[in-house]
Write a protein that binds this ligand. Structure first.
Ligand SMILES: Cc1ncc(COP(=O)(O)O)c(C=O)c1O
Length: 405
């Protein structure tokens, strides 16, 4: 039997057979029997919310990330909102962040009536460029929100130095980076506040959920109050003290994470090391397979970083590759590879461009990257065959477009 070179095979988009029969998503949760048991036990217990599972999850999370405090929230977005409030952001303030992120990073600044100011990203990691951030500091700047894009930690030392010099609060959006390390130190223990998300595509999941870690006891207290309507004690504290009295001392929300979700979170956290190891293995296999393909730019890993690999974003070298990104994207989807794009730069969304007058071209590194980015499937539940399928499909599609150019 002769093997057809990948480049000669008809693409699925042209009517050829797809690499896979079923769609491989770009991200997916892994839930096992221990997870289900933990949830069921909690459903049978006295506390569905504001109970003992919450503190258990928070303590385990603080221990894992090396932070003094961890405060849970109903989502990563709620956690970002709470961190923006706790940093003291208010009308008239500015906060600097990356344009290449999920909209929630910038939206939390708007929730507080402040203005997000974007600074361009570094061309290698696509993380906030500290020099560009420094150039955007004004007397109104109160916070900086670096984002650990795709799970690669932002360049935190220069950002923290800037913050120190200008009296700013650093809120790191580590929604992609649970388990990542920067200069041998754990993400979660480095910034004034670090925000995590437990959406199902992340390293661990609670369905929806989020966490803020901090070493600052005052911040932790404010975060706890903010997620509980601004009330100074919680229901369990009052019940155990036999008290009915409570006081609302600041404005807050109901952003609590339930005991059901926290029980799941504690179980999931036990599997974090295995999940990270699997993601790192997949990244190694992709890197080894794609290193030789000249038209692909693979995710950079700086020497001082150990990424958590939430995403594996490749960039098409559009100058040499004659296909538009959209064509390659559609061709990979037709092969049943669930590729995605992270992200449309925040300032290019209609809400931001209309409200703040962005026209495009303001952040050229992020905008150029966006035109070329494709996120390949990356999740700890991927089988060896899934990884093989992605490699084969990328090789097939890229070879086709290269040969056609
Ligand atoms: C960078 C980033 N920030 C914030 C969020 C918001 O997290 P959540 O979906 O838990 O609200 C996400 C979620 O995908 C994210 O990727």
């Amino acid at each position: 039997m002769t093997v057809t070179p990948a480049s000669r095979e008809a693409l699925a988009i042209q009517g050829g057979p797809p690499v896979r029969k079923t769609l491989l998503p770009y991200g997916h949760q892994s839930i096992d029997e221990a997870d289900i048991q933990a949830v069921v036990e909690t459903l049978r217990s006295d506390w569905l919310t504001t109970g003992p599972r919450v503190a258990e999850f928070e303590e385990a999370f603080a221990t894992r990330t090396g932070a003094r405090h961890a405060v849970s929230f109903s989502s990563g977005t709620a956690a970002l909102h709470a961190a923006a409030f706790t940093a003291g952001l208010k009308a008239g303030d500015e906060a600097i962040t990356s344009p290449l992120t999920f909209v929630a990073t910038a939206n939390c600044v708007l929730y507080q009536g402040a203005v997000p100011i974007f600074a361009d990203v570094s061309p290698d990691t696509l993380n906030l460029d500290p020099e560009k951030a420094a150039a955007r500091i004004t007397c109104r700047t109160r916070a900086i929100l670096p984002v650990d894009y795709a799970g690669h930690p932002a360049d935190l030392d220069p950002v923290l130095e800037l913050a120190e010099r200008h009296g700013l609060v650093v809120i790191e959006d580590a929604s992609h980076a649970l388990g990542a390390e920067y200069k041998g130190r754990q993400v979660g223990s480095l910034s004034h506040m670090t925000v995590f998300s437990f959406h199902p595509v992340k390293h661990i999941t609670t369905g929806e959920g989020g966490m803020v870690t901090t070493d600052n006891a005052k911040f932790a207290e404010t975060l706890c109050r903010f997620r509980n309507h601004g009330i100074s004690s919680d229901a369990r504290q009052r019940q155990s003290a036999g008290q009915w009295h409570y006081e609302m001392v600041s404005l807050g929300f109901n952003y609590r994470l339930t005991d059901i979700a926290c029980a799941l979170g504690s179980q999931q956290l036990k599997k974090l090391e295995a999940n990270l190891a699997q993601r790192r293995k997949i990244a190694e296999r992709y890197t080894a397979a794609f290193r030789e393909i000249p038209k692909l730019v693979l995710p950079a890993v700086r020497q001082n970083a150990n990424p958590a690999w939430h995403l594996f974003p490749i960039r098409l070298d559009g100058v040499k590759l004659k296909a538009e990104r959209a064509q390659v994207f559609r061709a990979l989807r037709a092969e049943n590879i669930g590729v995605n794009v992270h992200y449309i730069p925040v300032h290019r969304h209609p809400y931001y461009s209309e409200r703040f007058g962005y026209r495009g071209g303001e952040y050229p590194v992020a905008e150029d990257a966006y035109e070329r980015l494709i996120s390949l499937p990356m999740f700890h539940g991927m089988s060896d065959q899934d990884v093989e399928d992605v490699i084969r499909a990328v090789d097939k599609v890229i070879s086709h477009f290269r040969d056609a150019s």
